[in-house]
Ligand binder design. Structure first.
Ligand code: ADP
Ligand code: ADP
Length: 542
């Protein structure tokens, strides 16, 4: 233990060798005796996008409430209120001094996009147009609606929108406001890569063209890299204390984070680095075929969405990644495989047991996590189940909680555990990354891969986080076409061909970070971008 936690560090990955230097200083804020303490504050800057990279429960919202002037930091003295003058004195000489003096003078206004867009329908009764018109302060709404493709759902009731539509409406509503400081708590859940890149561009433009201060929490590292000018890494023990580092360059911040070691802070935050393979993995030759499926066609009716799937095979023990834009038929394909939908052509009666985690996790009964999971598998609690499922998905700490009280990331982990715990030939996970922080994505990736290898299991994963797909998948199945009208699914391909197909549809290329081989999105029309497009190498540079 590090002396701060009561028990074994629940944030399993953190191995604190020395007490962080910051922790010997006073915190910015402490909620009460033995309550959560926040050390350090992020420093938003005019005309810049500041990123925060770190786990949930680490104090990001606390920091934002301070930056918004809503919460007066107590500098750790929870029984008194030092006042803004003293706070300003405490932060004199730091990056955030000017910002704190603006808060003291009551000069800061704030717009905030909440993390869980799924909860918006509970708070707003009306349609998209009514919601957006309330926030149209910069006269930018028409352009936001167009670029985020919100037009088709303008007259739809908010409680009828999909997660991806809600996310785009929430982004538009926040960016349409006219304030000094914008806080966006996760922009990518339920968005496809094209939509993620558009959201990143809109945020950058507001900083560059309007001189606004933008603060963004994001767990999709490829998008964070594209989006931010500077980066604060947040670490600590979620729920107990959080440390927000001084700003780093985005490149160094992400590299140090992946390496598991923060250089200036001299702090190890994970025992092992997260590594990317520069070269496409070799195709698994001679591996056994689990199932062959024929050409499949499915349409939802005259003039409605239709899908064509080219026949192919799924191999035993592989993790098959499924990629493509939203509305292109990926979930339709999943439902055809599970038998929930009948095809118009092709036989999808594959004689397979399939365990399916849908995109929107709806386990919110009034039931404890342990009761729920033990109702799914009689392996529950066995040492095998604990090692393979509960530990990597960090479930121990939440076993006694009610499903309905879980955060989005916790609910996602329980749903993945439930899916993998079922006896099945094929496990189908639709967007497992949603709402998980980076650490949880990495742990879940390991759990899923290991599970496939050890349990003779075959896994299909639909996801939009390219780092997660890269770390998880052995082969790729690419969906393309015209979203909401027609989709075509190609046969599963090796990673190189699959990535090239997928990214050429998006017109995005990746280069490799020199130090870590981490993939980074190229600037459009940069020399590397043009060269890679000419050579047809979108992801694994030759
Ligand atoms: P994040 O935004 O990174 O998920 P938060 O800032 O919301 O984290 O919360 C950090 C910790 O502070 C959590 O453990 C939370 O329970 C605790 N916390 C938040 N608000 C209060 C409060 N008003 N009183 C006591 N504890 C709080
Ligand atoms: P993806 O998983 O790639 O986002 P989906 O398979 O969920 O795509 O949906 C593809 C298209 O089919 C979307 O335009 C969606 O609105 C439409 N669709 C999905 N289910 C139905 C249904 N039951 N009836 C009519 N249209 C549907």
């Amino acid at each position: 233990t590090c002396g701060i936690c009561v028990e074994k560090c629940p944030f399993d990955a953190i191995e604190i060798i020395n007490l962080p230097q910051e922790l010997t200083d006073d915190p910015a804020h402490r909620y009460g005796e033995n309550a959560f303490s926040l050390y350090g504050l992020p420093a938003p800057q005019e005309g810049k996008v500041t990123g925060i990279l770190g786990p949930n429960g680490i104090g990001k919202t606390t920091a934002v409430r301070i930056l918004a002037g809503e919460l007066e930091p107590n500098l750790g003295r929870h029984d008194e209120s030092p006042g803004w003058d003293e706070v300003l004195e405490a932060y004199r000489g730091t990056e955030i001094q000017d910002y704190i003096s603006a808060i003291r003078d009551g000069e800061v206004t704030v717009a905030r996009k909440p993390q869980y867009v799924d909860q918006i329908p509970e708070q707003f009764d009306g349609n998209t147009r009514e919601l957006l018109e309330k926030t149209n302060e910069r006269d930018a709404l028409d352009s936001l609606v167009e670029r985020l493709s919100i037009g088709p759902v303008m007259d739809q009731a908010i409680d009828k929108l999909s997660g991806g539509e809600l996310q785009r409406v929430a982004l538009a509503a926040t960016l349409a406001r006219d304030t000094d400081f914008y806080f966006l708590d996760e922009i990518t859940p339920y968005l496809d890569i094209g939509q993620r890149v558009t959201a990143a561009q809109l945020i950058r433009e507001l900083a560059e063209e309007e001189g606004k201060s933008m603060l963004v929490v994001e767990h999709d590292l490829a998008i964070l890299d594209l989006l931010a000018d500077t980066l604060h890494v947040a670490y600590g023990e979620p729920g107990a204390y959080g440390v927000i580092t001084t700003p780093k360059s985005v490149r160094n911040g992400i590299n140090e984070y992946l390496a598991g070691y923060l250089e200036n802070e001299n702090m190890r935050i994970r025992p092992n680095p997260i590594q990317f393979e520069e070269h496409a993995p070799r195709p698994i030759e001679n591996s056994e075929i689990l199932v062959e499926y024929p050409d499949i066609a499915k349409s939802y009716g005259e003039g409605e969405f239709s899908l064509d799937v080219r026949g192919g095979e799924i191999r035993r023990n592989e993790v098959l990644g499924i990629v493509g834009p939203n509305g292109i038929g990926k979930s339709t394909f999943a439902k055809l495989l599970t038998g929930a939908l009948e095809p118009d052509e092709g036989d999808t009666d594959l004689d397979l047991e399939i365990s399916y985690k849908p995109q929107y996790v709806t386990i919110d009964q009034h039931m404890r996590v342990d009761a729920f999971l033990s109702s799914i598998t009689d392996q529950f609690g066995s040492s095998y189940w604990n090692t393979e499922i509960a530990q990597p998905l960090q479930l121990e700490r939440i076993m006694e909680q009610n499903l309905s009280d879980l955060s989005g990331g916790e609910r996602q982990r329980v749903a993945i555990a439930a899916c993998l715990s079922d006896e099945a030939d094929l496990y189908l996970l639709d967007e497992p990354s949603a709402h998980m922080d980076v650490e949880q994505r990495v742990q879940a990736t390991r759990a899923i891969r290991r599970y496939a290898e050890q349990q003779d299991a075959t896994v299909l994963v639909i996801d939009h986080d390219i780092y997660m797909i890269d770390l998880l998948a052995d082969r790729l199945m690419v969906f393309e076409g015209e979203p909401a009208e027609h989709g075509q699914a190609g046969t599963p391909q090796d990673m190189r061909d699959g990535m090239n197909d997928f990214l050429s549809n998006l017109d995005i290329t990746f280069r490799r970070d020199e130090r870590t081989s981490r993939p980074r999105i190229n600037k459009p029309d940069s020399q590397l971008d043009s060269q890679q497009k000419r050579e047809g190498e979108y992801y694994y540079a030759p």
